[in-house]
Design a protein around this ligand. Structure first.
Ligand code: NAD
Ligand code: TYD
Length: 330
């Protein structure tokens, strides 16, 4: 099988490429990635059966040329950070909406199977005491320019399925953690703060809840959908990992040898979603999805060890990332 992986030099994409090639010996991968600030091409550069094409999915001709060559496309490429989208939404509109349209047109043209990677953030947020979780039937209600751009992309995929019979699936996954995540994101920022002797910074009251899943479980879910998913269907991926940001920081402090309450509150995010929670029961029943990392503390410990062992991954960016947060009061 020959796959085109968009955004394969980013956090989830690179984990997908590395781990899929390791277990699937007849797999070939072409990555298209424009190598924005979140990319780390070194992680995939010398892999056998993997070719990296440095280009932008907004370049329609490049996308058409690559889609023509493959059996299926897994579409990770996106601008991915809410805080950045609040400062400048335009790259999100370009990459996440216009870029996705190019992928859809190319897949339609060459009749190529598409799996589109989306997020639970398209559903908006839940109250802390809401007994319901997100399902594939939850109406879309995105809050930020990032989640609105991802919701738009999902809607485009659905339109191409209905109007053109495109063989496409969508997954909406919860918050991922694991190796190779950019240090602008919550867990790697907190780990690398601690490694630099800086206190973790909690937005607002710190009681916002995220539903954490290890990136390897996300990847396993994507493969189940690629191999067994029904065309046109949406699958939710999550691992019952709900935790408040405060709980995450306290656990991280304890695991890294600091007092649990050694953190700071900083300015809240505008429009900050209160809670995300995924009900993955349809994906479990229909595809046998079964997350392996059920112990969040063990997964977090492994992630702390990875960032401690790989300063070359984050050291050069740390000062600039923190300066940018400082300007926002965060
Ligand atoms: P990331 O920012 O770490 O990586 C994105 C990659 O896409 C980067 O390598 C970047 O260079 C590339 N890219 C961006 N725009 C591009 C363009 N126009 N052309 C070519 N390449 C481009 O993001 P991530 O966390 O790995 O997220 C990957 C996907 O998973 C995104 O679609 C995101 O919405 C989705 N997702 C992420 C999470 C999460 O917790 N990180 C959860 C659910 C879904
Ligand atoms: P983030 O990793 O940006 O993911 P998302 O916004 O997609 O959920 O943030 C996760 C949570 O952590 C979110 O509630 C915002 C919060 N947060 C902090 O409290 N401090 C921080 O320094 C960052 C980056 C995020």
């Amino acid at each position: 099988m020959k796959l085109l992986v968009t955004g394969g030099a980013g956090f989830i994409g690179s984990n997908f490429v590395i781990k899929s090639l390791r277990v699937k010996k007849d797999l070939e991968i072409i990555v298209i990635d424009k190598l924005n600030y979140a990319a780390h091409p070194d992680a995939i550069k010398n892999l056998e059966r993997c070719k990296l094409v440095v280009d932008d999915i907004c370049n329609k001709d490049a996308v058409f040329d690559l889609v023509k060559e493959v059996d299926a496309v897994v579409h990770f490429a996106a601008e991915s950070h809410n805080d950045n989208s609040l400062r400048n939404p335009y790259p999100f509109i370009e990459s996440n909406i216009v870029g996705t349209t190019n992928i859809l047109e190319a897949c339609k043209n060459y009749k190529v199977r598409l799996h589109h990677i989306s997020t639970d953030e398209v559903f908006g947020d839940l109250a802390l005491d809401d007994p319901h979780k997100f399902t594939r039937y939850t109406p879309y209600a995105p809050s930020s320019p990032y989640s609105a751009s991802k919701a738009s992309a999902d809607m485009l995929v659905r339109a191409w399925v209905r109007s053109f019979g495109l063989e496409a699936t969508i997954s909406n996954c919860s918050n991922n953690y694991g190796p190779y995540q950019h240090i602008e994101k919550f867990i790697p920022r907190m780990i690398t703060n601690r490694l630099m002797g800086v206190k973790p910074k909690l937005y607002g009251d710190g009681l916002n809840v995220r539903d954490w899943i290890h990136v390897d479980d996300h990847i396993a879910g994507v493969w189940l959908i690629l191999e067994k998913g029904a065309p046109g269907q949406t699958y939710l991926l999550g691992a019952n990992g709900e935790k408040s940001n405060l709980e995450v920081v306290k656990t991280l402090n304890r695991l890294m040898g600091y007092p649990e309450d050694d953190y700071e509150h900083v300015k809240d995010r505008a429009g900050h979603d209160r809670r995300y929670a995924i009900d993955a029961s349809d994906t479990i029943a229909e595809l046998g999805f079964s997350p392996k990392y059920t112990d969040f503390e063990a997964g977090l410990k492994a992630t702390i060890n990875w960032y401690s062992d790989h300063p070359e991954f984050w050291h050069l960016d740390k000062e600039a990332v923190e300066n940018s947060y400082k300007q926002q009061g965060q």
